[in-house]
Design a protein around this ligand. Structure first.
Ligand code: 13P
Length: 255
């Protein structure tokens, strides 16, 4: 059966890699996915390697994403990077609201919304991350937490803007732990997200790509992608090896 949405697999390299290492990984990913026709693929290197990697991947099928951005265009914001600067170095997408930014750097829902809207304004696709902690899941608060993060992140977006957004459901307890959500757990939350967006914009919800992130590996991606509302993966650790990331893309897009 044909998929309702074209899958997207994004490799989030987090804080890893010199320029030379990033270029080598990017080239290996590009070569590895050259025969993949049924999925979009992108990689998210560190800021320092973005320009070099975007140049290397220019005109090819693999897109480049940044891992974060600021919401203002310029000014006295030491250390921040504007969405237009990301466009300038060749990015097409930007991850916003990753749980590591929320947990380690105190990023709040309102900031995630500002970042996502600024990214859209600059022509970038924001990959907006949401997901509950283990304590929230154990307390039965998963859907409430996801709803609060989702509503805040998408606040004040126009219909056209909403239509360009990608959501990544990343349960915090599954990130870097080797413990992925079961396909049924992922499906429950993905379906909830789509239903929630449908209240506001049914046509957008039907086309919205919702990625799963959290210990995605070559041997679990097929089962996750078999769920009707799982439209791809945001892959951390397993994207640092071209071999495993390419396998994830191939297995996942064939599921
Ligand atoms: P892991 O795949 O290493 O669990 O990381 C997931 C993630 O945080 C992707 O953004």
């Amino acid at each position: 059966m044909a998929r309702a949405r074209r899958p997207l697999f994004c490799g989030n390299w987090k804080l890893n890699g010199s320029i030379a290492e990033s270029l080598a990984l990017a080239s290996d990913v590009r070569n590895g996915v050259s025969t993949v026709r049924d999925a979009d693929v992108s990689v998210a290197p560190s800021f320092t390697a973005l320009y070099a990697v975007a140049k290397r991947l220019e005109d090819g099928p693999v897109g480049v994403a940044a891992q974060d951005c600021f919401w203002d265009e310029k000014g006295a914001f030491t250390g921040e990077v504007a969405p237009s600067q990301l466009v300038d170095v060749g990015c097409k997408q930007v991850i916003v609201g990753h749980s590591e930014r929320r947990q380690l750097f105190g990023e709040l829902d309102a900031a995630v919304n500002l970042k996502a809207r600024a990214a859209l304004g600059a022509g970038l696709v924001p990959i907006i991350c949401i997901g509950e902690t283990l304590a929230e899941r154990d307390a039965g608060e998963t859907l409430g937490r996801v709803q609060a993060q989702l509503d805040a992140a998408l606040a004040e977006m126009s219909g056209d803007e909403l239509a360009r957004v990608v959501i990544a459901y990343e349960p915090v307890w599954a990130i870097g732990t080797g413990r992925n959500a079961t396909p049924a757990q992922a499906q429950e939350v993905h379906h909830f997200i789509r239903t929630r967006v449908a209240i506001r914009a049914p046509e957008v919800a039907a086309k919205l790509r919702i990625l799963y992130g959290g210990s995605v590996k070559p041997d679990n991606v097929r089962a996750l992608m078999a769920e009707p509302d799982v439209d791809g993966g945001l892959v951390g650790g397993a994207s640092l090896s071209a071999e495993s990331f390419v396998r994830i893309v191939k297995e996942g897009s064939a599921a």
